[in-house]
Design a protein around this ligand. Sequence first.
Ligand SMILES: NC(=O)c1ccc[n+]([C@@H]2O[C@H](COP(=O)([O-])OP(=O)(O)OC[C@H]3O[C@@H](n4cnc5c(N)ncnc54)[C@H](O)[C@@H]3O)[C@@H](O)[C@H]2O)c1
Length: 335
Amino acid sequence: MTSRSIVVGLGGRGLGWVESIRRRKDCSIVAYVEPHEPNVTRAVERLGIPRDLVFATLPEALKKVKADWVMDVTPPAVHHLVAYDAFNAGLHVLGEKPLSDDYSHARNVVEAGTKAGVRHMITQNYRFTSQPRTTRKLLAEGLLGQLGQCDVQFYMPWADIPGSHYVTQPFMLINDMMVHHFDMIRYVLGTDPVAVQAMTWNQSWGWHKGDAAHAIMFEFANGMHATHVSVGCALGRQTSWNGNWRIEGTGGTITWEDSGMWHTHLHRVEKPFHKQIFPVHVPPPDQAILDEFLASIRDKREPECSAKDNLRSVAMVFAAIKSAKEGRKVKLEEL
Ligand SMILES: NC(=O)c1ccc[n+]([C@@H]2O[C@H](COP(=O)([O-])OP(=O)(O)OC[C@H]3O[C@@H](n4cnc5c(N)ncnc54)[C@H](O)[C@@H]3O)[C@@H](O)[C@H]2O)c1
């Protein structure tokens, strides 16, 4: 039997998930939830979604159909509410990132999912791409020896559609976009930071109400450091969405430059080299995420990127925001 899902939220990203789920043979969509009529019409016209399967709220849908899990593609401010409705009905949840735009909501919803005994996974899709997958493997194999620091730069004209929550809410670049990078830092380095110091600001020409530029430094228990520098209203040369990375260790560097990766060792005491790294093959991220989520339901185990694990990526976001607001170093345990 296929696994039955309800897609909640038919905005831009929601339509993408509808297509990704429809491509699979092991799951089906039994209902849709969308309160905003123009978005319902768009979904019906663009993807041929049956109008009678679209409901205004998740509880209404649950009265009419039987399902196994919820795909939550709503804005961050309502992720916890959608999850509570799903948990109350005993359904698993695959939720879009970020887990929440509020740290206490994030913590509470993780607890609720654990209590409900269901699978709750967050779609942290960037870490499923080939650069982080390959780099984590190489670092675990010891390619760079002892690691010292990791520097990430991101320059993009990010979220430039007027009026959206990305543009009007505070700290959205960190909360909504950088959660991908912070999650990748944890994933690639295989360790979590213990403290953060952040400064945020806006460029004079920027279009975000919240700060959309920053310099952030994370400290790790083993003495490592990671820096993250970003301009979310960059008008010039762009990085990739993953950003440019430089991981520094006794074995040289791994760099991500646009879509390429290099291993470099140039110090004169050894034979210098600058070698391209060829990435491991990975499936498209949405497919990899659905594979992992559905397998975790079948195998009754925690998925990679479970909400519980994701709380640690979200903690990096909220500790960085706290540091920027209070102008001081913040320990993650303070949250
Ligand atoms: N992983 C990625 O690469 C990626 C990319 C884009 C967006 N996202 C995430 O996906 C989520 C949605 O983003 P979006 O750009 O599609 O936003 P959007 O505003 O275009 O769509 C959200 C939809 O949810 C609906 N909605 C609001 N409250 C609801 C509720 N209580 N119940 C049901 N539906 C509700 C809205 O009417 C809207 O149609 C966000 O969390 C965002 O961060 C992730």
